[in-house]
Structure formats: structure tokens, C-alpha cells
Design a protein around this ligand. Structure first.
Ligand SMILES: NC(=O)c1ccc[n+]([C@@H]2O[C@H](COP(=O)([O-])OP(=O)(O)OC[C@H]3O[C@@H](n4cnc5c(N)ncnc54)[C@H](O)[C@@H]3O)[C@@H](O)[C@H]2O)c1
Ligand SMILES: [Zn+2]
Ligand SMILES: [Zn+2]
Length: 408
């Protein structure tokens, strides 16, 4: 079968690989009908999320049909149409039982303290082969597959695998109540779902910060008040727009590949911090292999924390879902401490949110497919990766169609 395979930083390929097989009694094999590319995949190819094992199939978003099941499965059946949560949980440890699926004690073969187990990640996360493939092995499939009603289409369901739950968890961690004023840093696919989730929770005002016109336009279409960090200093703008108080809540949906403004009033301040940013980038991305304008790590890994902490009102809350690697060491702890800021963060507990989000989509409370801008056959995955990595205007979320690979 065909799959997108990680070879090296800056080197991913569409390879012919062996089909997956059932290994454990609660495994299922799913034939994928939809996959997608996430900002997290980009960190791996850019080298800001290190520790990838060459040969690992990438991707952690998937929808498909169950093709085979292990003898231990009592709920899943061959032929079921399912969405796959990106992180893997056993469903029986104390963490899974409390909804912390991404902190499962049993799913990660490296042990209970190794970190989140997920598809298509680095050695520390398993590694488990990912979902940018024609088929995949799903461990703990009794918990790790959520059945889909016919009313939810593949192009809606693919967004329920990772990024809608992540946006929802970001909003939940920010403790949103009606009226609260929230700044969302990053208007990529995850940021868009943070905004959609804030709306579901009746946030009062939503500010959205980015610099890519099509992404800001999508945020604005959702009703957010947009701030282009290349035109305004986001910290000053957020203060000015909130009577000098700042925002009650800030959400980081950017992650380690954050970039500094190159023009506008915030560029000068960023320029002064350049030596610190350069040091941070060396720490997080000791190796990088940019080529042809692609796979360029962000040049200001900690800028979003600084902006967010400064823009928060006293006693505000920062919620972080943008991904940072173990090697990230910088945080403006003093400023946060002296404002009594609360900080919450983490890898998404996907399985906790997906069943409820499926219901919301089925009931038409929200249509996640509005965020989807492109669909490409798996055969064209590398091209799609390049457009998405360059954040080309208009390329916001790319769905991959694995079955087209079989057809081609
Ligand atoms: N916690 C989780 O479980 C989880 C799940 C999915 C994705 N993620 C992470 O969420 C983040 C976003 O994912 P995505 O798919 O939307 O990625 P993306 O790279 O498409 O989006 C990031 C956005 O941030 C913007 N940005 C860059 N620098 C900025 C700055 N200084 N201020 C404001 N915006 C800035 C970019 O222009 C871009 O639009 C990534 O770090 C990804 O790894 C986390
Ligand atoms: Zn992801
Ligand atoms: Zn568990």
C-alpha cells in the first residue's frame, strides 16, 4: 500500500509499504477513506519536533471503514464507519478513566512516563505508524474508534479526529463563560476551531491574531475581531481594544514554529529580542534542512507566550495547545507570576471530546468542513505538504484521500 513516510528532517516520501496486521487482540485494521495534514506534522519535517524514527508513517488524522478486528473486540464490527482519535489511550487506566487519554499509562510502549502515545509521532510517542496511508492498525480499538452516523460526512469527520477536539479543549481549559474576552494567537486550522469552540461556549469577544490574509479573513468570517501582527503591535492593540485592561483569556494555537513580525510596530521590539529567539531556535531545532522555501522552522519560538502574558488582564488564564518540544526552556515566568496568571496546557485528550462533537455536527450546531480548503489524493500528498508548510494564502486545511491512491 502507499503511505507518506518520514525519512529525515526535510525528507518525506510517498512510499510503497507493507499492509498493517493485527498484533494485539484489541487491534483493528481500518481502511482509510480520509486523512489530513496537521501543523504538528510540519514541526516534525521542519525539525522542531525531534526524535522521529526513519520509516515511520506520518499522520494522525483519519476516518475510515473497519476491515479486520482482533478477537478481543466486543463493540467494533467489520464494516463500521469510524473516526480515529489522534492520541491512543487504553481506556482502563486511572488517567483514561478520568478523561486524560493523552496521559494514558498503558498505550505508550516506552512506559507510563514517556508521554502521549499517538499515531505518526516520534520514538517517545510509541512510535506508531500513522494515518496518511491506505490502511492503519488501531490499538485499543474498543476505545480508539468512534462510530460515525451517516449524517456526518467524511469531510466533516476528518476534522473531528484531531483539530476540532484540540480547539475545543483549548477553549475548555480557558474556562470560558459568557461574556469573557479571549485572544486567540494563531489562525491556522487549530486556531479556527478554537474560535468555533469559543462561539459554542458564548465567549463575549474573540480577538484573532495572525498575519496571513486568508487565515485572518476566515477568522473574521467566524465573527472574531482580527489583529494582523505585521500591521499592529498585538499587545498594544489588545489593550487598546479592551479599555486598557487586557483580555481575560489567551489561547496559544501557534506552537514552536512561531514567527516574528518583519514589519509594522511590533517588528522593532522583536528585532531587539532576536538573539534570544536565535538561541531558543538552536535549542529546539539543532538540525534543520530547509529547501526550496520549505521546512523552515519558526524564527521566534517563545514570542507568543510573551505576547499572551503581556496582553492578559490581571488574574487571567493562558491556555496552550500549540505544540512545544521537551527542549523548549523559555517562559516569561516572572511577568506571569506577578499578574497572578493561571496557565493550563497539554496534548489533546481527543477521545474525551469526539463523541460529543460528533453529536454537535450531526445536529448541525456547527459544520467543521467550512475550515477545509483543499482536498488532494494521497498520491499528491507531498505537494500538499509543501503548500501547507509555506502557509500559502488560501491553504488552510488539507484533506488527503487515501483511496485515490489505490485507484491511481
Ligand atoms: N495540543 C494538541 O493536542 C495539538 C493538536 C493539534 C495541533 N496542535 C498544534 O497546534 C498548533 C497549530 O496547528 P495548525 O495545524 O493550526 O498549524 P499551522 O502551522 O497551520 O498554524 C499556525 C498559525 O500560527 C500563525 N503564527 C505564526 N507565528 C505567529 C505569531 N507570532 N502570532 C500569531 N500567530 C502566529 C501562522 O501564521 C499560522 O497561521 C501547532 O503547534 C500544532 O502542532 C496541538
Ligand atoms: Zn495534529
Ligand atoms: Zn489508559
Amino acid at each position: 500500500m502507499k503511505a507518506v513516510v518520514f525519512h529525515h528532517i526535510g525528507d518525506i516520501r510517498l512510499d510503497e509499504v507493507p499492509e498493517p496486521e493485527i498484533k494485539e487482540s484489541t487491534d483493528a485494521i481500518v481502511r482509510l477513506t480520509a486523512s489530513a495534514i496537521c501543523g504538528t506534522d510540519l514541526h516534525m519535517v521542519r525539525g522542531t519536533l525531534t526524535g522521529m524514527k526513519p520509516g515511520t508513517i506520518l499522520g494522525h488524522e483519519g476516518v475510515g471503514i473497519v476491515e479486520a478486528i482482533g478477537p478481543g473486540l466486543r463493540n467494533v464490527q467489520v464494516g463500521d464507519r469510524v473516526v480515529i482519535p489522534s492520541t491512543i489511550g487504553c481506556g482502563y487506566c486511572a488517567y483514561c478513566r478520568d478523561g486524560y487519554y493523552s496521559q494514558c499509562d498503558n498505550a505508550n510502549p516506552n512506559g507510563p512516563s514517556a508521554g502521549s502515545a499517538y499515531f505518526g509521532g516520534g520514538k517517545d510517542s510509541g512510535p506508531f505508524d500513522g494515518l496518511q496511508a491506505e490502511k492503519a492498525r488501531i490499538p485499543f480499538a474498543n476505545v480508539g474508534l468512534v462510530k460515525l452516523p451517516d449524517a456526518v460526512s467524511d469531510d466533516q469527520a476528518i476534522l473531528l479526529s484531531d483539530i476540532f477536539p484540540t480547539g475545543y479543549m483549548a477553549a475548555e481549559m480557558a474556562d470560558i463563560r459568557p461574556g469573557r474576552t479571549v485572544a486567540v494567537f494563531g489562525c491556522g486550522p487549530v486556531g479556527q476551531f478554537v474560535i468555533a469552540s469559543l462561539k459554542l461556549m458564548n465567549a463575549g469577544r474573540i480577538f484573532a491574531i495572525d498575519t496571513i490574509p486568508s487565515r485572518l479573513a476566515m477568522a473574521r468570517a467566524q465573527g472574531a475581531e482580527i489583529i494582523d501582527f505585521s500591521a499592529d503591535d498585538p499587545v498594544k492593540a489588545l489593550k487598546d481594544l479592551t479599555g486598557g485592561i487586557g483580555v481575560d483569556r489567551a489561547i496559544d494555537a501557534v506552537g514552536v514554529d512561531a514567527t516574528a513580525p518583519k514589519k509594522g510596530p511590533a517588528a522593532r521590539r522583536a528585532k531587539q529580542q532576536e538573539p534570544r529567539f536565535r538561541k531558543e531556535r538552536q535549542e529546539v531545532a539543532p538540525e534543520m534542512r530547509p529547501s526550496g522555501g520549505n521546512w523552515q522552522p519558526g524564527d521566534a519560538p517563545s514570542i507568543v507566550f510573551h505576547w499572551a502574558i503581556e496582553a492578559l488582564a490581571k488574574a487571567g488564564t493562558l491556555s496552550i495547545v500549540g505544540v512545544y518540544p521537551d527542549a523548549s526552556r523559555t517562559f516569561p515566568i516572572g511577568t506571569a507570576m506577578n499578574k497572578n496568571v493561571t496557565i493550563r496546557m497539554g496534548n489533546c485528550n481527543h477521545r474525551k471530546y469526539i463523541p460529543r462533537l460528533v453529536e454537535l455536527v450531526q445536529g448541525r450546531a456547527v459544520d467543521p468542513s467550512k475550515i477545509l480548503t483543499h482536498a488532494a489524493p494521497l498520491m499528491s500528498a507531498l505537494d500538499a505538504y509543501k503548500h501547507f508548510d509555506k502557509r500559502q494564502d488560501g491553504w488552510i486545511k488539507v484533506m488527503l484521500n487515501p483511496s485515490a491512491a489505490a485507484a491511481a
